[in-house]
Write a protein that binds this ligand. Structure first.
Ligand code: GLY
Length: 340
C-alpha cells in the first residue's frame, strides 16, 4: 500500500515522517546505529507496538492528563537508570500526543539529551503532536508549561492504529485536521485519509522548518488554542484537546468578526468545515464560566502583551495581541453559550 514520506527540514536535525499502513515495521530505520538499548514509553491501551532489533524494555505511563506531569518524568528517569540507558541509546514514544510529549521530554532531559523516535498512534499525534519537537508536561499553573524543543530522529504514523481508535479520539484529531483548512485554504476534504494526514504533516513540517522555536509563524499552529486550553482546564480536562480546539476555532472566528477582521461569510465557513464537514461540536456541552475562562486566557503562554489570540483577518491568520475583554464578551454572546 502507498505510504508517504515527508521531510522536516531542520539542517543537521532534519528527519522524516512516514505515513501509511504497517509502517511501524520500518522502525529500525530510525534507530541510531550506535544504540544498544531502547526504552519504549507507551500506555496499556495502545494497539500497535514496535518490534526492535536491539535490547529493549517497555515502560507504561498512565492514561489521563494528570499523568502528563513531572512525577511521570521522574518515574521514567528512574526506569532509564535501572535499564542502563545511555545518551547513545534511544527512547521510543508509542502513543498519542500525551505519550510523545512525555517521552520526548524525558528523552530531552535524560543525560541532557538522548535520541527519541516517535510512533504516533492517534490522529492528533499524527497531524500535530509528534511532529516538530515540542515536548513537555503540565504543572498546576497550566498546560505544557515545562518542556523543551527536542526533535525526534523520525516519526512513524501507522494508520493501522486508527482502526481501533475510539470515535471520540478520532473526532479530537479531526479538530486539529480542520485547523489546517484555515491555515492554508487547502481543500483537505477532497483527499482520502492517508493523503489528508500526509498533507497536514507537510503543512506542519513547512511551518516548523521556517520557525522551529516559535518566534513567528509557528504560533499560527495554535489557531483556536487560546480558548481551547482554557476550556480544557476549566472542565478539569473532561473536555478533550481536539474537542476544545474545534470550539476554540469557532470562538476565534466570532472574535475576529467582532473585531471587524473577517466577514460573517467567513464565520459561516468555520461552522460548515468544523460542524458540518467534520461533525464536530461547535460549543461545549456544559455551561461555561466566562470570567474563569477569561482569567485562564490571560495565563496563556502567548499572552506576553495582553490577551493574545491567533485570528483570521484580511491578510490571513496571524497573532493579534491586546485583544479587549469587550470583544471577548461579544464573541461569547455571538456563540450563544449557556453560562453558569
Ligand atoms: N502544536 C503546535 C506546535 O507544534 O507548534
Amino acid at each position: 500500500m502507498t505510504s508517504h514520506k515527508i521531510n522536516v527540514a531542520l539542517g543537521e536535525r532534519s528527519y522524516s515522517v512516514i505515513v501509511g499502513h504497517g509502517v511501524i515495521n520500518n522502525i529500525d530505520d530510525f534507530v541510531p546505529k550506535m544504540a544498544k538499548r531502547a526504552v519504549v514509553v507507551t500506555q496499556k491501551n495502545i494497539s500497535i507496538q514496535p518490534t526492535l532489533k536491539i535490547e529493549s524494555t517497555t515502560v507504561f505511563i498512565g492514561d489521563t492528563e494528570e499523568h502528563k506531569s513531572l512525577t511521570t518524568i521522574e518515574m521514567l528517569a528512574q526506569k532509564f537508570a535501572e535499564f542502563g540507558l545511555t545518551r547513545n541509546d534511544v527512547v521510543v514514544g508509542v502513543g498519542g500526543g500525551m505519550v510523545t510529549d512525555v517521552a520526548g521530554f524525558a528523552a530531552a532531559s535524560w543525560h541532557r539529551g538522548t535520541p527519541v523516535v516517535h510512533v504516533a498512534t492517534s490522529l492528533v499525534g499524527m497531524v500535530d503532536a509528534s511532529v516538530g519537537g515540542k515536548t513537555g508536561v503540565n504543572i498546576e499553573s497550566g498546560k505544557n508549561l515545562v518542556g523543551a524543543f527536542w526533535q525526534p530522529l523520525g516519526v512513524i504514523c501507522d494508520l493501522d492504529a486508527l482502526k481501533t481508535l475510539p470515535p471520540r479520539e478520532m473526532r479530537c484529531g479531526l479538530g486539529e485536521v480542520a485547523k489546517y483548512h484555515f491555515l492554508t485554504g487547502d481543500d483537505l476534504l477532497e483527499l482520502e485519509m492517508s493523503a489528508r494526514i500526509a498533507r497536514c504533516v507537510e503543512i506542519k513540517a513547512k511551518i516548523v522548518s521556517e520557525d522551529e522555536r516559535e518566534s513567528g509563524g509557528r504560533a499560527l499552529l495554535n489557531y483556536g488554542h487560546t480558548l481551547a486550553h482554557a476550556l480544557e482546564r476549566s472542565s478539569n480536562f473532561s473536555m478533550a484537546h481536539g474537542e476544545a480546539v474545534a470550539v476554540g476555532m469557532i470562538f476565534a472566528a466570532h472574535l475576529a468578526h467582532a473585531m471587524k477582521r473577517i466577514s460573517q461569510d467567513r464565520v459561516d465557513e468555520h461552522y460548515s468545515v468544523i460542524g458540518d464537514a467534520y461533525g464536530l461540536k461547535v460549543k461545549p456541552d456544559e455551561t461555561i464560566d466566562r470570567r474563569k475562562l477569561i482569567q485562564l486566557m490571560h495565563l496563556d503562554k502567548k499572552a506576553i502583551s495582553g490577551l493574545t489570540f491567533v485570528l483570521d483577518g484580511p491578510s490571513g491568520i496571524e497573532v493579534v495581541s491586546g485583544v479587549s475583554e469587550a470583544h471577548l464578551e461579544q464573541a461569547f454572546d455571538a456563540m450563544q453559550l449557556s453560562e453558569n
